[in-house]
Design a protein around this ligand. Structure first.
Ligand SMILES: Cc1ncc(COP(=O)(O)O)c(C=O)c1O
Length: 368
């Protein structure tokens, strides 16, 4: 068996290469490279796909989160609840507004924020909760909305890893008052460069976000607020329009391969496997397992030519960047334990069943 990379985009890109090239040529001929027809069309299409009225594209996922918080008026002196286990940008978006990220412990099975622990973290300064649909698994979004409504705070979904996921048919990225996502190339819907988007039903917030991403301007050379430059390129929008057509099909492929791995690995060693929850449609952005022998398993697989990754080796509260918050080891024991035991196995659309079986057999061999 040829070595198995952690991720290959080749099968996806081979399938749509001609369409991507056509889109690229169209943008070159159009000579409009920023905020043009392709961006406008993609925003319409992605809003419709997400089941919301507005989509505002931006330069990346971090900006999407930051702008979402800013248009809600969140800043210095405010607190925002975020999961103790997530990708660092979720926290950084909060910090960038001047607000304080307030971490809440996660559930050890789903890795997502534990809604039963949110109540205790809410103070008079709390303005919002950011649930993250980590690894393609929807957080407990309906529960989160209930808490937020009761406490009169906002929900802002971080849907960077959840494109196409849903809970009881309602798409992730449509639950919050305003929601953010990333189109980083490795995401389920990924560009060929950086990109991000904000989704919302609220027209006022949408207009504010449009201004903020473009120097605070709605009318050329007229600036109502001090904004930033965070715009999606036409060429990325054109590529994303092509890829959006295939997103559901590719998510289905991910799910099929995930079920195959789940069957192969059921009951093996001390492995904890990612599982679908009853009412949630997970899109397996990553297929992550947990084992107390993570580092040995990783090395064993490496020797078999199977590349793996670790998402994430260190939780945000123990990162140097957050040393000023004064967290010590054991502040969030579940999040910290996940970081010590988690391993991401290869899984991508277009991966063959033979490749998946080779990964599964490799893992089994290790535990034998
Ligand atoms: C959960 C999560 N939030 C936010 C981001 C930030 O997105 P970007 O890399 O596009 O800034 C990412 C991607 O890295 C992510 O995985």
């Amino acid at each position: 068996m040829e070595p198995i990379p952690f991720l290959s985009l080749t099968p996806q890109h081979d399938r749509i290469r001609k369409e991507l090239e056509k889109s690229f040529k169209k943008v070159i001929s159009g000579q409009r490279f920023v905020l043009g027809e392709e961006v406008a069309a993609f925003e319409k299409e992605f809003a419709a796909y997400s089941g919301v009225r507005h989509c505002i594209t931006v330069a990346n996922g971090l900006d999407a989160l930051y702008i979402s918080l800013k248009v809600l008026g969140i800043g210095q002196g405010d607190e925002v609840i975020i999961p103790a286990f997530t990708c660092a940008p979720t926290w950084m978006a909060v910090s960038r507004t001047g607000a304080t990220p307030v971490a809440v412990e996660v559930d050890e099975k789903s890795f997502n924020i534990d809604p039963t622990k949110i109540g205790r973290a809410i103070t008079s300064k709390t303005k919002a909760i950011i649930p993250v649909n980590l690894f393609g698994r929807p957080a407990k979004l309906f529960e989160m909305l209930a808490v937020a409504k009761q406490k009169n705070i906002f929900v802002v979904e971080d849907n960077a890893q959840g494109h196409g996921a849903n809970v009881m048919g309602k798409k992730t990225g449509s639950f919050g008052f305003i929601n953010a996502t990333s189109f980083y190339p490795t995401k389920n819907l990924g560009g060929l460069g950086d990109g991000g988007a904000i989704t919302t039903d609220d027209s006022v917030l949408a207009e504010k976000a449009r201004q903020l991403r473009n120097y605070g301007s709605s009318i050329r050379f007229h600036h109502d607020v001090i904004g930033i430059n965070s715009r999606l390129d036409e060429v990325q929008a054109a590529f994303l329009r092509v890829k959006l057509i295939y997103l559901d099909e590719w998510n289905e492929q991910r799910r099929k391969l995930a079920v195959r791995l789940q069957k192969l690995l059921a009951g093996v060693g001390d492995l904890k496997l990612p599982m679908d929850e009853n009412s949630a449609y997970c899109v397996y952005h990553l297929f992550v397992v947990c084992t107390s022998r993570r580092d040995q398993l990783r090395e064993f697989l490496r020797q078999l030519g199977i590349e793996t990754d670790i998402h994430y080796p260190l939780p945000p509260h123990l990162q140097k960047a957050y040393a000023h918050l004064g967290f010590k080891t054991a502040s969030f024991p579940i999040a910290e334990n996940i970081c010590k035991t988690i391993l991401s196995l290869p899984l991508w659309p277009g991966m063959t069943e033979q490749q998946v079986d080779y990964v599964g057999e490799g893992v089994k061999k290790f535990f034998r």
